[in-house]
Design a protein around this ligand. Structure first.
Ligand code: ADP
Ligand code: UDP
Length: 238
């Protein structure tokens, strides 16, 4: 591939911006320092988060790729930018939970920290105005967001990611509590898109159960980026 030139801004989300690249099959994903929670209501810029997450995501995507989960990630372009395949995104979030925290505690009245064995799988419709409502396979089919085959593939791949990353985090002294994935299609193939960073998962220290992820921002616990870097360091990302 020749040197990639940055083109026009396609979409600026809450934490990342997507730009066209000189190759029509690829986008440039820019990880910004912007951080948001509660569907964009709480916002802040956290210095160094973009750089930390860009590197973190690259590390995880390469591991997943090696484990047979095809992803949109192509290569790092700079401290805060990655080259990714241009996907036609499925507008749903795939969430696996190994331990109860966040939404499931509020919804089902569970105590935070309850082990979920086997892990649960949930689909949410990606729509901030509607507060990302929980949906099921039938909604996805009914509204044409994905085919039966893609729905099955999203579930299988999300569980595969869980198997790989649960082990990886555990071996590094951490508990992968839950995480969110997004998928999209590229020339007929369903690929893992978006990101896997501490912005989209919950990770606790195995011994102290200290929260190391975006809950530090949601709950005003402080040292957010430092904590993301702690996770990275434990995983051997430098
Ligand atoms: P949000 O949409 O939650 O505000 P971000 O700031 O993370 O999120 O923006 C990233 C946007 O880019 C999301 O809408 C996501 O679905 C989309 N996206 C992620 N990966 C790709 C890709 N490879 N191709 C096209 N769109 C993508
Ligand atoms: N998550 C995310 N983006 C969202 C919603 C959830 O990355 O728009 C992640 C979140 O960080 C957590 C997991 O998905 O790791 C499950 O989130 P939950 O449903 O508990 O949501 P909450 O309401 O607590 O954000």
């Amino acid at each position: 591939m020749e040197k990639v030139e940055k083109g026009e801004l396609i979409n600026s989300g809450k934490a990342k911006s997507l730009y066209k690249s000189s190759d029509p099959d690829f986008y440039i994903m820019h990880y910004r320092d912007d951080t948001s929670a509660f569907d964009g209501v709480k916002k802040e810029s956290l210095e160094g988060k973009g750089k930390t997450n860009n590197k973190f995501n690259a590390f995880i995507m390469l591991i997943l790729e090696k484990e047979g989960v095809a992803t949109h990630f192509q290569k790092l372009l700079s401290d805060t930018e990655s080259l990714v395949k241009k996907l036609d995104m499925v507008p749903v979030e795939c969430v696996i939970r190994n331990v109860a925290a966040g939404g499931i505690c509020r919804r089902l009245g569970l105590e935070e920290g309850l082990d979920l064995d086997p892990p649960t799988f949930e689909f949410f419709y990606k729509n901030d105005e509607l507060h990302d409502p929980m949906i099921n396979d039938y909604h996805i089919k009914c509204f044409g967001w994905a085919s039966d085959e893609q729905i099955e593939e999203m579930k299988i791949k999300t569980f595969q990611v869980n198997d790989t990353l649960k082990r990886l985090f555990s071996e590094a002294g951490m508990i992968l509590v839950d995480f969110k994935l997004e998928f999209g299609s590229f020339k007929g193939e369903l690929l893992l898109g978006d990101e896997f960073t501490p912005d989209g998962c919950r990770v606790w220290d195995s011994e102290t159960r200290e929260k190391l992820d975006k809950d530090r921002f949601r709950q005003d616990l402080g040292n957010v980026v430092e904590s993301y870097q702690t996770i990275a360091k434990k995983l051997g990302i430098n």
